[in-house]
Design a protein around this ligand. Structure first.
Ligand SMILES: NC(=O)c1ccc[n+]([C@@H]2O[C@H](COP(=O)([O-])OP(=O)(O)OC[C@H]3O[C@@H](n4cnc5c(N)ncnc54)[C@H](OP(=O)(O)O)[C@@H]3O)[C@@H](O)[C@H]2O)c1
Length: 292
């Protein structure tokens, strides 16, 4: 599997988005299927897993997804120390499924400690601020993440759902090389974050497209119908439209690492192959032309 650089880590060019194993439009897999899905990713050469504290079936089971990741890494036959795990904090879930955001130092420390426990780790590889808490100055919250890194609780810092102005603030606060990644929605149906994708490339920051296939449920299931060039190119190359979507995203820059979600082993086994699918200039033109 081809690799890409993610701050201090070298990871597979395709990661695994673990969210569909705990929430989303699809049917939740059994614990056995979830474990088999993570194992299928790792066996296919995926060395980068994305999770979050809020990925859980209900507000009172937060950490559900992180616990799946921890368990699957422990039971995997390979060397789990070679796997980079990213998680996120900053979104709150409370009784009655009330959702909010909290960028205060006290809340974020509690969230980080809960993630360390759920992931059974002393240090988080990549800790991402999940969504801006716009009641606080952006840079002030990034300082909190920087503090966690200075304390040795996290190896690298990322942000998510950030606009260009916020990315620039994070770069300024974290200093040279300090902001490792930006995780924003990006897919054939959601291309409006291309400005952020390009800004990251110009500034040496990795861009992690979330919901890279269009999201759980119909979004991903229908991507090849809504955008037929992916299906047509896939038919000619003997691969799935999903692989063509992910290969197109990889072609947008060496700094792009898509994290397709999966709740079935078959999905990620197929998606992982996109890392080695090189699209021709003509195929890329065909893909871009369908968006016009
Ligand atoms: N930062 C944020 O705010 C944020 C928000 C949303 C998501 N995320 C992250 O982004 C990750 C990916 O997003 P997502 O899971 O929402 O959507 P997605 O990756 O666009 O789509 C996931 C769905 O696509 C299906 N799929 C994937 N590869 C396939 C293949 N090769 N063939 C057939 N079906 C395939 C999966 O089906 P099965 O379930 O049947 O396997 C899965 O349900 C999440 O897991 C999460 O880690 C981050």
């Amino acid at each position: 599997m081809k690799t890409r650089t993610l701050g201090p880590f070298t990871v597979s060019a395709i990661g695994l988005g673990c969210m569909p194993m705990s929430m989303g439009a699809n049917v939740k897999p059994s614990p056995e299927q979830a474990e088999a899905t993570v194992h299928a990713a790792l066996d296919a050469g995926v060395t980068f897993l994305d999770t979050a504290d809020i990925y859980a079936p209900s507000w009172d089971t937060m950490g559900h997804n992180e616990r799946i990741v921890a368990k699957a890494l422990k039971s995997w036959s390979g060397d789990a120390s070679t796997i980079t795990v990213a998680t996120k904090g900053g979104i709150t879930r409370g009784e009655g499924e009330t959702w909010g955001r909290d960028g205060s130092p006290e809340y974020l420390r509690r969230a980080l400690e809960a993630s360390l426990t759920a992931l059974e780790r002393d240090v988080i590889d990549l800790y991402q601020w999940h969504r801006p808490d716009r009641s606080l100055p952006y840079g002030q919250v990034v300082e909190v993440f920087k503090g966690f890194q200075d304390e040795g609780l996290v190896k690298a810092v990322g942000i998510s759902n950030a606009n260009v102005e916020e990315i620039q603030v994070a770069i300024d606060v974290l200093g040279p090389g300090g902001l490792v990644s930006v995780q924003n929605e990006f897919s054939p149906k959601f291309r409006s974050s291309r400005g952020e994708l390009e800004f990251c490339g110009e500034n040496g920051v990795v861009f992690l497209p979330w919901s890279p296939l269009g999201g759980t449920g119909a979004g991903s299931q229908e991507v090849g119908l809504t955008y037929p060039a992916f299906t047509e190119i896939g038919r000619r190359r003997g691969v799935s439209p999903y692989q063509v979507v992910l290969a197109w995203e990889l072609s947008l820059g060496e700094h792009v690492i898509p994290i397709p979600g999966a709740s079935r082993p078959e999905s990620i086994t197929d998606s992982a192959k996109a890392a080695d699918l090189e699209l021709t200039a003509e195929e890329l033109d065909e893909i871009e032309a369908q968006f016009n």
